[in-house]
Design a protein around this ligand. Sequence first.
Ligand code: GCU
Length: 721
Amino acid sequence: MMTTHCVRTIFRCLLLGAAVFLCATSFTPPLSAETGAEAWLRYSRLDRQTAAAYEQFPEAVVLGDSSVLKSAQLELVHGVAQMTGKTLRVSNILPDANALVLGTLTELRVLAPELRPPEKIKNDGYWLKMTNIHNHQCLIVTAVTDRGVLYGVFELLSKIARGENITSIDELQQPFAPIRWVNQWDNLDGRIERGYGGRSIFFADGKVRSDLSRAGQYARLLASIGINGCTINNVNAAPGVLEDSFIAQVSRIADVFRPWGVRLSISVDLSSPKVIGGLDTFDPLDPRVAEWWRKKVDEIYRKIPDFGGVVVKADSEGRLGPSTYGRTPADAANVIARALKPHGGVVLYRAFVYNHHLDWHNLKNDRAKAAYDNFRPLDGDFDDNVIVQIKNGPIDFQVREPASPLFAGLRRTNEAIELQITQEYTGQQRQLCFLVPMWKEVLDFDMRVDGNATPVKDLVARRVFHRPVGGFVGVANVGLDANWLGSPLAMANLFGFGRLAWNPNLKAENIIDEWTRLTFGTDPLVVKTISEMQLSSWHVYESYTGPLGAGTLTNILGNHYDPGPESSEDNGWGQWHRADHQGIGMDRTVATGTGFIGQYPPEVQVFYESLTRCPDNLLLFFHHVPYTYVLRSGKTVIQHIYDSHYDGAEAARDFITQWKAVEGHIDDERYRDILSRFQYQAGEAVVWRDTICNWIYHLSGIPDNKGRVAFQAQAVSDQHN
Ligand code: GCU
């Protein structure tokens, strides 16, 4: 019998052959080579006519001299010089020519007391306004904070790079929520958990790297999309990060973040008071433990005055937590929150708390219920500088999940949504999967709290229950690879996360259009081709790895990448799909299943509980159905699974053809690099298709009505006889 491994090896050989052939035969004129290090901040040279439109300002007036304003000034001068070839003259006093004027509103009012923004600018918001100051045409970039000014400069440069008309600009932008952070899962030895872009930019061999230039460049990238916080180490935290000597090293990272307005935070291990503090307990209600945290946090702020706070993963996947002492997550979060409070820091306590030794045989058990079961009873018990950090779905970053019901379950507790930028279950940057459309489905999902329109984005951004703080966290995991995430097209996910955290009402189409123009230039063919490929890629990936909401049918015990549907079953991890000879899917109904659906507000319950109303794309997440169950499309479940895998593999192959359209329109380096990735992905999609189709055919015994799967199985067995 031909094994998956054989199929894959044959494919890889064919693809390698194809790649060699391609290298030998194709020729494209060399546009300048790109490593991807500049990401979307390339500021490539504009054509003469476009550049001329921006050359009316020979001067930049910068009001103030903080390090953040300095960054804004340098960025502006650099960006304008790159794009137009003209170097701005910089001054700190009244403009004596047409000028770009940067400064906070307070500074600006000295120059132009009559200037009034159309509405109150909030923290980190900014206003871009063309106006006249002392008889000179001025484009002002102003805000209430220096960080807002920096964000305004990045936005202005982005507009110039995309050739937007700014002649009568009057644009005020406010961030949707105060927390816009990334988490990095970097280990102190330099490896990154679920990182696919090389080693850590922060750590090597148990220490903070001596060369932190990439960390500084990362902060610049983050600032350019409005991200204001970065947690530098793995949520599976090494206690050693809190050693005083280590904090001194970490402060060097904060130093390179600061000029970009990015606040540093760290993940902490709850057992630290015992493991490194020498106490005989880490019980959060023990006064000695409270005192330990207080002293530790004071020490951190002595070295890092703008420290953002801490992220906590506890009682999860083998990590110690408050349950050791019969205490709650609120007890654990509050003891640290009280130490942080006088300094303005926050605790992001992860709701990813579950038992990974669940009894698979018990049909009532359900990992999806864990976050709500653990946190909902504690609503109101958390201090006001604690934020519960909730993964978008109730399981774990699968290719499709419903929104976590916990978003609707907390009213008196701050929340943040945790999205995964690094493509752990979605192709690990080796396959194209633009996640913004997926994130938008969750952010826009209306929870119908109290029967009202309450989309997830409004819940996390405090627009519903008016909680003190909340927002967005993205697990980024960039590394030392030149292009950060290990793949040029995957960078759209980092960009898209930042844009959505700033404004979740932006459309996926606009986000990808912006990113493509900034990353590859404004050639309409390039913009159209790349945008369309990105926008279709999540559905393509889903269709051959986990259609109908069954979860990503990957090897969950190993790499989370290859197909491995059997690995989900018969173990305690709870990523079950319960496929057997009769049917497939988790029965999560209140009527006959695990009762998970009962965690949603009533209107959502009714929707998911009903087999006929539940959307097909989440059917197997909520219901166990026979393979012969007929979907809305008129197809049976089994036929849908076969067709979806074949269509998906074909769509992945089509990416190669689509991509070839941009040959000669972008630099050859990136063209060829990305082409080889699509060739590889086409092979992987076939491996997925054949593995899943054969597995489900053997389980169900129901042939594919188009003769592909049964035929293939027959051919393999004939070959064997
Ligand atoms: C996933 C991932 C782990 C990670 C965990 C988390 O399970 O595979 O590597 O530690 O999520 O979010 O804590």
